[in-house]
Ligand binder design. Structure first.
Ligand SMILES: *Cc1c(COP(=O)(O)O)cnc(C)c1O
Length: 464
C-alpha cells in the first residue's frame, strides 16, 4: 500500500488546516437551541491543502471514465462528451439561473430543443420534465393511460414488452400500474409477429419497443407491427434511450410510434453514470399533445444543465453531421463484430446497428466456457489492458452475453487496439485461463464478492 492510499481520516492530524473561514459574527448560541446542537465536534479530517489535492486526484485516478479509456458498454452509449458542452453549461448566465426565473434566453433554448428533437424523432411535441430514461418511460406510459382513460376505454391495462427489452421497460409499466405481457423473439432476434397477434385484444394499452432492439438488430417488420397494434386500439411506445444509429437516418415517428423518450445523457453526449443527473425528455405524436399536458413528474422542467449540454451538442454537429453519428456508430460496431467473430461466438449473423451481442468465447460447443474461462473473466481481464468491460450477461437471451457498443467517437486505431486485446484474451483463455480468472491484476481492487459488495456496501469511514 502506498502512503497516500490511506484514507484522509488516517492522514488527519489535529489542528492541521488547509483553509480558514472568516470569523463568525452571527450569534449562534442564542439562535440554535441546545437540543439541536452538537455535544462534541464533528469527526472531520484535518489536512493541509496539498494533502487534500493529492487525495482527490488519486481518487479520480482509481475510477474508470470515458475521459480515461474506451468504454464499449452496450445499451449505454458511453460516447465522448465534448468539452464545449461543459464550457457552455458552466457559464454564469446558465449555471446561476433559478428554476423559477423567466429568462428569455432560457425559454428560447427550450423552444429550439423541442424543435430539434421533434425534427430528429418525427414527434410533434416534447416535455423536458423527466430526469432519466426510466422516468421518461413512466411519463410516456402515464400519457398512454391518459389517452385510453379520456376515451373511456378503461379495460386497457396490458403492456406488451419483447423478451429482449431493457429491464426498465417492464419495471416502468409495473410502476405505472399496468400489467406486463412478454412477447418472444425469433431465433433471428426479432419480435415473433405471429406470437404478437394473439396478444392483441381489447385489454392492450400498447407495446413498448426499441428499434434497433436491445440486440442491436433492426425490427424489419416494424410497419406490420405498427398497423397490428394500432388496429387493435393500442399505442406504440418507443424506447429511444439509444438513438445513436437512427439520428438523421430514420425517425421513430415515421415508423408509427406514438410516444417515446430520449436519453440526452446517452445519445446527446452529456455525462452519465453513477446516478445522474440525467434527462429523459418525452415526445408525443400530435394526437397525444393534450394527454401530455396535465402530467407532472418533476418540480421543474427537468435538469436544465443537461438539456443545455445536449443543445450545444446538436448545434455543434448541425444537420449534416447528426446523420454521421448514426453511420459511424453502426460502422464501428459492425467492424468489431466481423473482426472478432472467429474467436467470440456470434449467435445472430448479419448487419447490426450500433451494438451487437457475442455469446462468450468460441468453444467446443458442449460448454459455455473455455477451460473454465467465462464472459465474466473476459470482462475482468479487459480492465488490465485499460479498456472498460462491455455489458455482460445482458440481454438474458444468451448465457454468456457480451454486449458491445463502441459508439462513433472512437478512432479506428483505438478500435483496432481493442480488437487486438480481445483476440489476445481469447488466446489466453485457451492457453492460460488462470490469467483471466484471477484478473484484474492492475486495478485498485481486484475481485470483490459481487453479491456482498452490492448488498452490504461499506460506503463510509468507520471510526473505531
Ligand atoms: C439506459 C436505458 C434505459 C434507462 O435509462 P436511465 O436513464 O438509466 O433510466 C432505458 N432503455 C434503454 C434501452 C437504455 O439503454
Amino acid at each position: 500500500m502506498k502512503y497516500y492510499d490511506k484514507l484522509v481520516f488516517e492522514l488527519s492530524r489535529k489542528g492541521r488546516t488547509g483553509y480558514s473561514l472568516p470569523a463568525n459574527d452571527f450569534p449562534v448560541a442564542e439562535a440554535v437551541p441546545d437540543s439541536l446542537r452538537r455535544s462534541e465536534d464533528a469527526l472531520l479530517p484535518e489536512l493541509s491543502e496539498l494533502e487534500v489535492v493529492r487525495h482527490y486526484t488519486l481518487l479520480s485516478q482509481m475510477n474508470f471514465g470515458v475521459d480515461t479509456g474506451f468504454y464499449p458498454l452496450g445499451s449505454c452509449t458511453m460516447k465522448y462528451n465534448p468539452k464545449i458542452n461543459e464550457e457552455i453549461a458552466s457559464m454564469p448566465a446558465f449555471a446561476g439561473v433559478h428554476p423559477l426565473q423567466k429568462a428569455e434566453g432560457i425559454e428560447r433554448i427550450y423552444g429550439e430543443m423541442e424543435k430539434a428533437l421533434s425534427e430528429i424523432t418525427g414527434m410533434a411535441a416534447f416535455t423536458f420534465a423527466p430526469c432519466a430514461g426510466a422516468h421518461g418511460e413512466l411519463t410516456g406510459l402515464m400519457i398512454m393511460r391518459q389517452y385510453h382513460i379520456r376515451r373511456g376505454d378503461l379495460a386497457r391495462t396490458k403492456v406488451i414488452v419483447p423478451d429482449s427489452a431493457h429491464g426498465t421497460n417492464p419495471a416502468s409499466a409495473a410502476v405505472c400500474g399496468l400489467e406486463v405481457v412478454e412477447v418472444k423473439s425469433l431465433a433471428n432476434g426479432r419480435i415473433d409477429v405471429e406470437a404478437l397477434k394473439p396478444l392483441l385484444d381489447e385489454t392492450v394499452a400498447g407495446i413498448m419497443m426499441t428499434n434497433p432492439n436491445t440486440l442491436g438488430l433492426f425490427e424489419t417488420q416494424i410497419d406490420e407491427i405498427a398497423s397490428l397494434v394500432h388496429g387493435a386500439g393500442g399505442l406504440l411506445y418507443y424506447d429511444g434511450a439509444n438513438m445513436n444509429p437512427l439520428m438523421g437516418v430514420v425517425r421513430p415517428g415515421d415508423m408509427g410510434f406514438d410516444i417515446m423518450h430520449l436519453n440526452l445523457h446517452k445519445t446527446f453526449s452529456t455525462p452519465h453514470g453513477g446516478g445522474g443527473p440525467g434527462s429523459g425528455p418525452v415526445g408525443v405524436a400530435a394526437h397525444l399533445k393534450e394527454c401530455m399536458e396535465g402530467i407532472k413528474v418533476s418540480g421543474w422542467r427537468g435538469n436544465f444543465g443537461v438539456i443545455l449540454r445536449a443543445y450545444a451538442y446538436i448545434l455543434m454537429l448541425g444537420r449534416e453531421n447528426i446523420a454521421k453519428v448514426g453511420e459511424y456508430s453502426v460502422l464501428s460496431a459492425n467492424y468489431i463484430k466481423e473482426s472478432l467473430k472467429d474467436v467470440y461466438r456470434l449467435p445472430i449473423e448479419g448487419v447490426c446497428k450500433h451494438e451487437f451481442v457475442f455469446d462468450g468465447l468460441v468453444n467446443d460447443g458442449a460448454h459455455d466456457d473455455v477451460h473454465g474461462a467465462t464472459t465474466l473473466d473476459v470482462a475482468k481481464r479487459l480492465l488490465d489492458f485499460g479498456f472498460h468491460a462491455p455489458t455482460i450477461y445482458f440481454p438474458l437471451l444468451f448465457h454468456q452475453a457480451l454486449m458491445i457498443e463502441p459508439t462513433e467517437t472512437e478512432s479506428k486505431e483505438t478500435i483496432d487496439a481493442f480488437i487486438d486485446v480481445m483476440r489476445e484474451i481469447a488466446r489466453e483463455a485457451a492457453e492460460n485461463p488462470a490469467t483471466l480468472q484471477e484478473a484484474p491484476h492492475s486495478t485498485p481492487i481486484s475481485r470483490p464478492d459481487e453479491t456482498t459488495a452490492a448488498r452490504n456496501p461499506i460506503l463510509k469511514y468507520q471510526d473505531n
